[in-house]
Design a protein around this ligand. Sequence first.
Ligand code: SAH
Length: 143
Amino acid sequence: MEPMFTPALHRQRHQFVIDFVKRKKPKKVLDLGCCECVLLKQLKFHREIELLVGLDIDGVQIKKKMHGLAPISTDYLQPSYDQLRIELYQGSVTEKDARLRGFDLVTSIELIEHLTLADVELFSEVVFGYLTPEAVIVSTPKL
Ligand code: SAH
């Protein structure tokens, strides 16, 4: 079957985040429901970012592909490389975690449709009432 959208919609959502990062230059970015770290792997090339954190409830998913976040030899040629720190946590967006506070940008791409309605309420409380980042990008393929 031919794809309905080119590039695929989930890639367009990642591109939206990347364009936002290029424009606003956040230093600390947190990706909720980072899954196999696809978005984080693209964000690590944005040199203004100093701290990149991924959170997912499923530690197995994170571990599967996280090696793609490790430095490659050309990274060391970038003068700003030393300033990038990447951290991955297993945990839930429904729980208040002090390590996730103080971010400039929090992203949640294709995550909320996986939550129960009660957990969406908790997600809102955690993100907007506790984490209180400068900017939040939430996307979902479901209406
Ligand atoms: N954001 C990814 C895709 C997300 S798929 C991307 O853009 O490619 C949804 C992810 O949300 C899954 O990895 C799932 O394990 C995670 N997830 C589901 N419930 C969660 C919760 N309560 N807290 C954190 N992550 C959760």
